[in-house]
Design a protein around this ligand. Structure first.
Ligand SMILES: [Fe+2]
Ligand SMILES: [Fe+2]
Length: 357
């Protein structure tokens, strides 16, 4: 902190000192970690944001979002075309305050091989992240997403030649990572208008493939299925047949009354069983104050059901900012942050008497 006297403190010096809450701690951890052979590592960047790093040190970020939710009561009502207006018939703004600290500084990202986004909801695509990637990473880093994601980037000024439109059925390669693009089952995005002049009328069902995709990320050490904001779908079972999935990332949350948006705890288990994954990691439950999930519910339900249905998977309860290493952590049920103090007694203790202890 450069400020030494209260007379120098301003709202701006406070913001500069405190925000982002984790500073560059996680950026440094990701950048300084060398992933050993035959492993991959992931970091949870809040909401559906994940960083994946392979044993060839290839890094991709998916749905990295560094924004916020409501910050004031003084907002106009939702428009009649807002997805929650359409779904609930209400107009009152939802009290969705961001519930997590900013765990990564997008402007301190330097080593990235691709930025991928699953859909254009503004808790998945972020103008600040796009600007930071353009400013501080090589100009070879592609921006990858479905049609309306790319349209959003281009509208924000991302050069068209940096963008790559993908749709289900496509396969793309980022160094040693192969990414299969698959169907999304995100019914919420079907009632959300993208910034576009050619919007469908109310009775028309829009084309999902233009709006949202899921990604299957294949590394030498294992395969990750990113379901993004997909709702539960019976067709997860087809994806479970088509791909050999080790770890599935799914969107879980507590839906307010009148809203159907995120998978419930039992949906998470059904999705995991259908995807035939070894590990399922619920995400998205952490971020909105009005939709906070309790992932312990998933673990409890899993214990109730695993013998009866002979589950071959287990849930992994993660924390934002946390790391997951595959296969090392494949049998873990819960994550806890580094507890530190591993160098205890490397120097003599210095206390008046040991009975302090
Ligand atoms: Fe979404
Ligand atoms: Fe979302």
């Amino acid at each position: 902190m450069g400020v030494k006297n209260v007379s120098e403190v301003t709202e701006q010096t406070w913001k500069d000192e405190v925000f982002p809450e984790w500073g560059t701690w996680l950026n440094e951890e990701i950048e300084r970690t060398t992933v050993p052979n035959n492993k991959f590592m992931m970091w949870w960047l809040v909401n559906m944001g994940v960083w994946i790093k392979t044993d060839k040190q290839t890094s991709i970020a998916i749905d990295l979002w560094c924004g916020t939710g409501k910050t004031t009561h003084d907002k106009p009502d939702m428009s009649p075309r807002h997805q929650w207006s359409r779904l609930t018939g209400g107009r009152k703004i939802q009290p969705n305050l961001r519930s997590q600290p900013m765990v990564i500084n997008p402007f301190a990202i330097h080593n990235l091989d691709a930025l991928l986004v699953t859909h254009f909801h503004h808790d998945h695509i972020d103008m600040n992240v796009a600007a930071a990637v353009l400013q501080n990473t090589p100009d070879t880093v592609p921006f990858i997403g479905p049609k309306y994601v790319v349209k959003q980037w281009i509208d924000w000024g991302v050069p068209k030649e940096r963008c790559q439109v993908v749709k289900p059925g496509d396969t793309i390669n980022v160094a040693d990572i192969e990414i299969s693009v698959t169907d999304s089952f995100d019914r919420s995005v079907l009632i959300t208008d993208p910034d576009s002049d050619d919007l469908p009328d109310d009775a028309t069902i829009p084309e999902m493939d233009d709006r949202a995709v899921n990604y299957v990320i294949k590394t030498d050490a294992g395969t990750i299925y990113d379901a993004a904001d997909s709702h539960y779908s019976a067709y997860f079972a087809k994806h479970g047949q088509d791909f050999n999935i080790d770890v599935a990332l799914v969107a879980y949350g507590e839906n307010p009354v009148g809203v159907q948006d995120k998978m419930t705890s039992v949906d998470v288990l059904r999705a995991a069983e259908s995807l035939n994954t070894s590990v399922v990691i619920p995400l998205h439950w952490d971020v909105w104050t009005n939709m906070l999930g309790n992932p312990n519910e998933i673990e409890t339900l899993w214990k109730m059901r695993k013998e009866r249905f002979d589950y071959k998977f287990h849930p992994f309860l993660w924390l934002p900012g946390g790391r997951f290493t595959y296969p090392d952590d494949q049998d873990k049920l819960q994550y806890y942050h580094d507890r530190g103090f591993e160098d205890r007694y490397s120097h003599p203790i210095n206390l008046p008497y040991k009975s302090f202890l």
